[in-house]
Design a protein around this ligand. Structure first.
Ligand SMILES: [Zn+2]
Ligand SMILES: [Zn+2]
Length: 136
């Protein structure tokens, strides 16, 4: 696999990743819709040591008790998700990659909140609620 690099729209926040993600998923929850402004979010999961921020880091907004959502303070691009109960992991938006086709989500979570008009015809597993992640 090619090296994974990405960042925000204005390029003031950039990241490099030294590994392939241990999981990648679509999230249909309400908070991901709000934070991304999109009908579904796509996320990829890493160990935090595998991700290097260049230039500056995202600013984090505490969206719930244990969740920090990172964004660029200049252009607002949604970049990251961290669960403070699992500080060894970080999740990044697949769409912020320079080449988003390099990472393909393999399952859906929170499909109970999937928009009725959004039709995704794939073979991926679907979970009506939260994630089932396990690193290799
Ligand atoms: Zn930016
Ligand atoms: Zn979500």
């Amino acid at each position: 696999m090619k090296k994974l690099e990405g960042g925000c729209l204005c390029e003031s926040v950039r990241y490099h990743i030294s590994a392939t993600p241990f999981a990648a998923e679509y999230c249909h929850c309400r908070m991901c819709k709000k934070v991304s402004g999109a009908p579904v979010a796509s996320w990829m999961d890493f160990k935090i040591a595998q991700v290097t921020w260049k230039k500056r880091k995202p600013v984090e907004y505490q969206s719930s008790e244990n969740v920090l959502r990172g964004f660029c303070p200049t252009c607002g691009s949604s970049l990251s998700f961290r669960d403070t109960e699992h500080p060894e992991y970080i999740t990044l938006t697949i769409a912020s990659l320079d080449e988003p086709n390099l990472v393909k989500p393999t399952y859906h979570i929170y499909t109970a909140s999937q928009l009725k008009w959004l039709n995704i015809d794939d073979e991926c597993k679907r979970f009506t609620a939260g994630p089932v992640k396990s690193p290799n």
